[in-house]
Design a protein around this ligand. Structure first.
Ligand code: 13P
Length: 336
């Protein structure tokens, strides 16, 4: 077993999942302003540290994705943030792309940037304690999109990023996110996501990536949020599993879904059914941002000194997601 494969399994095994706490300062500012908390560096750290020092980290969280600001901060207990995360048994990770920009040649689409100088930045993050990384490509669905250009360019960038990350001894999370926004059908989502993932693996293979040392972070197959189409969790699970079985090489150890704007309960229920029906060898778990943090953030905004109360809410969410990652969740457990 390679070192990279060991890291991936440490992050994903035993029902554990990933806490995606890598919102850029811009995104985090929007989230905090929406709940009337000033977005200072101190407040951003306070909320994140509250989560990272909670009990739930030990049993449920295998990895945390950090943002550049956070990985360099020091906790109240005087530990660096990566040390605080490692002390709970989780692996520190880092978002390394520099964001999605307008794609020249197809200006209604995005290309993720951040390859220039990446090798040097990776070395610095490794020294700070990171052992896995994230890069997100983003695609929107409409009649003509995602275009071949966007599918090709983002896959190429994801593969070049992955090669540099593995060269530096870290596990790349490969995240091609086909957005839920729009009025497209679940069938459109299935077809476009299949095309996107297939192209990503073509490029990963071309760039000689060790597929046993990556984590795929895809969207689930869902109808557009303005389509009016309703799909049961059973159907979401069935289509998602079919898409992944058809397009992901079996050497990939695990798949950690993004929540992508689903509610906390939807993201949990869908993951649960994916696991109940999982007839693949892939570990299927979560790498949620909003679906792990939303309720905790809302509670915290009312009293940012109430650490215990905020942690109780986060622990419950992480517990539910970990049960779902084993197909052991049920709606009744939410009430407890
Ligand atoms: P959400 O779960 O909120 O979609 O965030 C996950 C993530 O890391 C997106 O890049």
């Amino acid at each position: 077993m390679s070192e990279l494969n060991k890291i991936a399994l440490k992050v994903l095994s035993n029902g554990k999942g990933i806490l995606a706490a890598d919102e850029s300062t811009g995104t985090m500012t929007k989230r905090l302003e929406a709940i009337n908390v000033p977005s200072s560096s101190k407040n951003r750290l306070l909320f994140r540290e509250t989560l990272f020092s909670s009990e739930g980290m030990k049993n449920y969280i295998g990895g945390v994705i950090l943002y550049d600001e956070t990985i360099k901060q020091t906790s109240n207990s005087n530990k660096t943030i990566p040390d605080l995360i490692s002390s709970s048994g989780a692996v520190p990770g880092i978002k390394v792309d520099t964001g999605a920009k307008v794609l020249a040649g197809s200006p209604e689409e995005k290309i993720t940037e951040g390859l220039d100088g990446l090798r040097e930045r990776l070395k610095e993050y490794y020294k700070l304690g990171a052992r896995f990384t994230k890069w997100r490509g983003v695609y929107n669905i409409s009649n003509k999109y995602p275009s071949k250009l966007s599918i090709h360019s983002n896959a190429h960038a994801l593969a070049r990023y992955s090669a540099l990350v593995q060269e530096c001894g870290m596990v790349p999370i490969v995240e091609p996110e086909v957005l839920m926004d729009g009025n497209h059908s679940a069938e459109d989502c299935f077809n476009k996501t299949s095309e996107v993932i297939k192209k990503c693996f073509e490029e990963l293979i071309l760039n000689k990536i060790d597929l046993t040392g990556i984590i795929l972070k895809p969207n689930m197959i869902l109808p557009g949020n303005k389509s009016g189409e309703e799909l049961s969790s059973e159907e979401v699970a069935k289509l998602t599993l079919k898409c992944l079985k058809e397009n992901v090489p079996t050497s990939v150890p695990g798949i950690a879904f993004l929540s992508g704007g689903q509610t906390e309960i939807q993201a949990t229920e869908n993951l649960n059914l994916i696991n109940k029906n999982n007839d693949t060898n892939f570990i299927m778990t979560y790498s949620y941002g909003r679906a792990l943090q939303q309720s905790a953030l809302k509670f915290w905004s009312k009293d940012i000194k109430n650490i215990n109360g905020t942690q109780r809410i986060f622990n419950h969410r992480a517990n539910m997601c970990t049960l779902a990652a084993q197909g052991k969740w049920s709606a009744e457990l939410e009430a407890k």
